[in-house]
Design a protein around this ligand. Structure first.
Ligand code: AR6
Length: 181
């Protein structure tokens, strides 16, 4: 797995399943507003977590685009799930700011809860239609900016579904962090 170190935070990229990140304190859900099961990332996380996750989430819903809330992880191999509602591309505007808020708010919430490691999927790039390249630039730039102010979070992992998506993340991180390595 490729790793980058920025401001004492390790940033990693890998392909895989967000529901199988056994070494991470927290995983991020690309949620729907009602924090229900759904497909994609939300389906994978809720299926593995079991019905207790939906039950806990009832009191936290609904959330608005750009927001993040935290719950327990139930049967997932983590301590917490941080649920973010990404923007529906071209519908929830400004989509770029709302997507950046997801990453920022998720990291602020993680740090507040003393999470040391957190895994993100590519929020909004599936059912919500955000093109992967601009979404990657927002994800990576926001995470890089946030490394300056994080106290507890020491490892941030991007979990991508395909090798093609991974290559887009890695080439951007290569480009943006070359001065740090
Ligand atoms: N692990 C990692 N990445 C995944 C996984 C997985 N198990 N499954 C899909 N991806 P999406 P969104 C990738 O649709 O666009 C849901 O139904 C996928 O290839 O999960 O924010 C919710 O209920 C894509 O690149 O999230 C919401 O209604 C990325 O994860 C809505 O979809 C995000 O795809 C949220 O849509």
């Amino acid at each position: 797995m490729k790793q980058y170190k920025v401001n004492d935070v390790i940033i990693e990229c890998t392909t895989g399943d967000i529901a199988a990140q056994t070494d991470m304190d927290a995983v991020v859900n690309a949620a729907n507003a009602q924090l229900r099961m759904g497909g994609g990332v939300a389906g994978a996380l809720h299926r593995t977590a079991g019905p207790g996750l939906e039950a806990e989430c009832r009191a936290l819903a609904p959330i608005a685009p750009g927001e993040a809330v935290i719950s327990g992880a139930h049967n997932l191999p983590n301590q917490y799930v941080i649920h973010c509602l990404g923007p529906v591309y071209g519908v929830d505007k400004p989509s770029d700011r709302l997507l950046a808020s997801c990453y920022r708010n998720a990291l602020l919430l993680a740090d507040k809860n003393r999470v040391t490691s957190i895994a993100f999927p590519a929020i909004s790039t599936g059912a919500f239609g955000y093109p992967l390249e601009p979404a990657t630039r927002i994800a990576v730039n926001t995470v890089l900016e946030m490394t300056e102010s994080l106290a507890a979070v020491k490892c941030i992992r991007f979990v991508l579904f395909s090798k093609k998506d991974l290559n887009i993340y890695e080439s951007l991180l290569d480009q943006l962090t070359s001065a740090d390595r």
